[in-house]
Design a protein around this ligand. Sequence first.
Ligand SMILES: Cc1cc2nc3c(=O)[nH]c(=O)nc-3n(C[C@H](O)[C@H](O)[C@H](O)COP(=O)(O)OP(=O)(O)OC[C@H]3O[C@@H](n4cnc5c(N)ncnc54)[C@H](O)[C@@H]3O)c2cc1C
Length: 404
Amino acid sequence: MKPGTITTSSKRMSYDVIIIGGAVIGSASAWFLSTNPDFDGTVLVVERDPTYQWTSTATTNSCIRKQFSNAINVRISQFGVEFIKSFREQLGGDEAIPEIALDSYGYLFLAGNAQVAGTLRENQALQQACGVNTRIMTPEEIADAYPFYYLDDIVLGSHNTENEGYFDGNTMFEWWKRKARQNGVEYITNEVVGIGRAGKHVDSVRLKSGEVISAGKIINASGPRAAVTARMAGVELPVEARKRYTFVFDAQTRLDRDLPLTIDPTGVHVRNDGAYYLCGGPPDDDPAVEFDDFEFDHSVWEEKFWPAIATRIPAFEAVKVVHSWIGHYAYNVLDQNAVIGAHPEAMNFIFVNGFSGHGFQQSPAMGRGVSELVAYGEFRELDLSPLGYERILKNEPFLEKAVI
Ligand SMILES: Cc1cc2nc3c(=O)[nH]c(=O)nc-3n(C[C@H](O)[C@H](O)[C@H](O)COP(=O)(O)OP(=O)(O)OC[C@H]3O[C@@H](n4cnc5c(N)ncnc54)[C@H](O)[C@@H]3O)c2cc1C
């Protein structure tokens, strides 16, 4: 078949695994499955929009950090970095496979009060125990390293410049798709509109075009729509779509050195972006939105983002927005963390959802985790079970204090 041809019907009527959603998480799962030596089953990926235009994946800022408060999230990112840095080798070593760029200017979390400062210190101790070189910096140390910040209201910062910053996640996604296909995974353009369930098992998906396809296991990789997909099997998932804004801007006076991904106490973040700078964050009013609601409120820039960054970095008083967009987080209302694993009442229905703002960097570990669950019925390389569905049933959040 010619590249770019859209196929809406699958070749078979039955697959060992059907993945709902073919963006970064669905394709990571597909690729890891296709290379797992202990899995030789058939895999179908059903994707409703092959342009991926409105997905979290297409609207991401694609950064990775090891500054989390929970050891599992740190280890997930450590694997992510390892994977990114050996990408070509991981994908088989073919010279045509690009190396993935990782621009390590680091994240700089700024604490505006003693409580947040205490949290950053605790996080740094945990990160250090995991082998991450995060440094706590006094305002004087920050001023020495980065003289452009206004710091009178800052108690301290935490910063790590080792393998932390922007990475080219889009290239990773494209190659996962391509290689998964080469390894025999089938992708079709269609929409799953129903899931068949008999007791504690799901057994099929119904497509918008009418076909019903049998499945040994079903993976929910449907991003902000994950709760809709879950409901098709009679299961609730506390994930909703929430708007996140990104503004790329040019500055009349460029800073004389790299700008770390700076997380301001206002919740706005700003960083280097090639010749420009990139600023992002949530609107003040942050409700769940419809999946097709990408209406842009320009006052967010004027009233929230620009004042915040121009206060923090006075050189940004004179800037010009060159590009801006809205994306949707798949926002996990319980604790803004991944949900990975089967539902206890639908044991072959595997979730990999709810990443909120850190799903891109977690995609390698999540893809590997899904492939292990399918092949072995358990996690092998890294135990992700604290991120399982059970915590939702018990209403016990997985506490992660470093959420952006
Ligand atoms: C503005 C913004 C900035 C971000 N920045 C970062 C960052 O710096 N670092 C980071 O790690 N993460 C970041 N994220 C989060 C990250 O982008 C997401 O967590 C990640 O892309 C989630 O991928 P996904 O595959 O789960 O979801 P999506 O990319 O949304 O994909 C879900 C797919 O499922 C398909 N689908 C849904 N329902 C169906 C159905 N019924 N049938 C068939 N197909 C279906 C959709 O069409 C879509 O292609 C950011 C997100 C946003 C919005």
